[in-house]
Design a protein around this ligand. Structure first.
Ligand code: SF4
Ligand code: SF4
Length: 413
């Protein structure tokens, strides 16, 4: 993992232009829904933004500012959604989100990690899941007659959230893969938390240990492809794991596999309900934050020239089309888009441990996203991440239902 010092160039390069707080002007449809940073949208002060966190990082690095007095509360309210990062990269090549993650690592190492995140780490260490529920119940949802395809080299990784809280997503993923004739296996007692909650809250050493163990499990079981039913696990495997270790497996989200099965005719959704107008929420960890992380070690020359050239993650190559193709293939389902979509999606509020550190803020952010969804005229908001689901389901005071895309597809088969 990179350290705070590695991002001094980014801290010094910020010209305070403010682009990290807004979607690009040509994409704006008005002031409403133009703000892209959830903490800035909520609190309004510059400190609550990518720009502000870069200034804070610089002051910490140079010893002019110390942790304490609420600084860590500010830092851990950020959802690590990366909207500032991709919007900043429209104007400059620098690493806003990675600086924030390095600041969290530094904050944790200084003993200032919020209690809620220390508690999550304790639960993961004891029970291998973020909820502290018994490890033996992780696959309690599994149908009695379920059988693995022998020693298949593809694993369906369920993730803590779907395994313990949204088992209908887990069952739907199994149904889709079975219907499409995909050979796969479940990891059962070998499946443990993906580690995203540790990595993204700056608990780097605990994350490294868990990630190495998971990679070793995949290696030992001969797993070449990991299909996830959760956007958080997906983003962790693609953009988190390569920061810690060499990964030899391919990661696919269930919507990518489903889109392939639909295009090849191996599954064919049927009309199963009244026509429905929906809007789709792009999860941060499936969209802009899922671009593969490519380690870079080089020199930054004057004018920001990176030698050797760096692979920049601009959020454009996340998984955006697959879920929309799946939606488009379900008869009677029509999609209407929100203003903040694709790499400009507005976080559901659950990212980066914000739900644990600042639940009121997380709920309010989810309410803001639902307000945007309502403004499209859609009858339901659809997404494909159990964390987004837990955040968006029932947030705010509008009655719009939330539908899980994996479940919606499975019901149409
Ligand atoms: S967009 Fe980038 S350069 Fe501009 S204020 Fe934000 S972090 Fe600084
Ligand atoms: S990561 Fe998201 S919440 Fe944090 S500063 Fe950037 S845009 Fe704001």
């Amino acid at each position: 993992m990179d350290k705070l010092k590695d991002f001094e160039y980014t801290m010094d390069s910020c010209n305070h232009c403010g682009q990290c707080k807004w979607i690009l002007a040509p994409k704006m449809k008005g002031w409403d829904f133009a703000e892209i940073c959830p903490i800035h949208q909520r609190y309004g002060f510059d400190a609550y933004s990518g720009q502000g966190l870069l200034s804070i990082a610089k002051e910490i690095l140079t010893g002019k500012l110390q942790y304490g007095d609420g600084l860590e509360e500010l830092l851990y309210t950020c959802t690590c959604c990366g909207a500032c990062d991709v919007n900043c990269k429209n104007v400059r090549d620098m690493e806003v989100l990675d600086t924030i993650l390095a600041l969290r690592d530094d904050c944790a190492k200084n003993g200032e990690l919020p209690k809620a995140h220390r508690e999550t780490a304790r639960r993961i260490a004891g029970t291998h899941n973020i909820y502290g529920l018994p490890h033996g119940e992780r696959f309690a949802w599994m149908p009695k007659d379920y059988e693995d395809d022998g020693n298949a080299d593809t694993a369906l990784f369920i993730g803590c959230a779907a395994a313990y809280k949204n088992s209908d997503t887990a069952l739907a993923a199994v149904k889709i893969l079975r219907a499409g004739g995909v050979k796969f296996r479940l990891l059962r007692e070998d499946e443990r938390c993906c580690g995203a909650s540790l990595w993204r809250t700056g608990q780097t050493e605990a994350a490294a240990e868990l990630i190495e163990r998971n990679i070793e499990t995949f290696r030992r079981l001969g797993i070449k492809t990991v299909i996830t039913a959760c956007a958080e696990c997906f983003g962790a495997f693609r953009s988190g794991y390569p920061r810690f270790a060499r990964t030899e497996f391919e990661t696919k989200h269930i919507t990518e596999v489903a889109a392939e099965l639909i295009s090849s005719g191996r599954i064919a959704p049927k009309a199963f309900r009244e026509p429905l107008m929906v809007t789709y929420h792009d999860p941060c960890m499936l969209g802009r934050l899922s671009e593969p992380y490519v380690p870079w070690n080089g020199i930054i020359r004057p004018f920001g020239l990176h030698e050797p050239p760096k692979t920049w993650r601009r959020g454009e190559n996340g998984v955006y089309d697959a879920p929309r193709r799946v939606l488009g293939a379900i008869p009677g389902v029509e999609l209407t888009e929100m203003t903040r979509n694709y790499e400009d999606s507005f976080c559901c509020g659950a990212g980066g441990g914000a739900t644990e550190a600042n639940p009121d803020f997380a709920a309010r952010t989810a309410g803001e996203r639902r307000r945007e969804a309502m403004s499209t005229g859609a009858e339901a908001i659809v997404s494909c991440c159990p964390f987004c689901r837990q955040s968006l389901e029932g947030a705010g005071d509008n009655p719009m239902p939330y539908l899980d895309l994996t479940v919606l597809l499975a019901d149409s088969l």
